[in-house]
Design a protein around this ligand. Sequence first.
Ligand code: AMP
Ligand code: TRP
Length: 311
Amino acid sequence: MQKLFSGIKPTGTLHLGNYFGAMRQFVELAPRYDCMFMVADYHSINSLRDPGELRAGIIDIAAAYVAIGIDPAQSIIFKQSDVPEHTELTWVFNSLVSVSFLMQAHAYKDAVANGKEANMGLFDYPMLMAADILLYDTDIVPVGKDQQQHVEYAREAAAKFNNTFGDTFKEPKEHILETVAVVPGTDGRKMSKSYGNTIPLFGTKDEIAKAVMSIVTDSKAESPENVYAIHSLFRSKDDLSIIYTENKGKYKALKESLIEDIEAFAAPMREVREAITDEDVRNILREGGERARAIASKKMAEVRTKLGVTI
Ligand code: AMP
Ligand code: TRP
């Protein structure tokens, strides 16, 4: 069976962009692949400095994997920091790729363009992600469009190592749903925690309603574009054409219809999420970490031998 790997950072609250851009593919593809779903906790510390928030975030992401329908008995659900081979392999890749290559990365360039001081963790983010993916002979990486470049960096790291030390890493491919490559937020820009324009995936009905009511409506168009764009995640064009024709110009009614559709979709997942205890999550991550480490340590032993550090 081919191998699938993906990860999510435990920063902030999961939103519809995460689900429709990436997580929905996890569930759809899981039966056909050998899967690993990681909580990217070490990736998050380049911005997150609150231990309580990080702990809660880790539990939330791991529980979310289960709540959306990933079976931890089949797929490996684990957290990055439980498998030290990830950071170890990062160091190896750091020694192979050039600074100028990493300076081309979007996330780094954006940080610099926005006048932020980029720490080394942000700068090196693509190499840690390359290590995540390459340790497990991954074939496909389901992600949203914004992560495409990172998977390209992983291929490049694999090629660099393979060319220098012999065939060791498989070159992975990104798997992007082009139809929802970028899910728009309540202001029409990409839905993102950093823009504060999200609709929460596991929010209560009130939280969902509040976010939907805040969707920016274009007062000139009779069909509110941003409401429609988000609504099209839940309904076919034909359905929407009926609803939007019947409610022409009635933004409140259209938003209420969207709230009902999001609620109908989110409520069952929310119920599963609420039934998962922190203890359940700890058990899943412990077992997943052991399974992941068994694979990663073999790969890393091969890497060490090829490098010449094993004597
Ligand atoms: P993050 O929360 O940044 O770790 O993102 C987790 C996954 O969600 C990644 O695969 C992202 O590409 C995806 N994602 C986040 N926001 C969006 C969005 N607005 N549209 C599509 N995919 C998204
Ligand atoms: N960088 C990804 C994001 O921000 C999260 C991530 C970390 C990841 N390691 C990964 C995704 C490996 C896919 C594969 O969304």
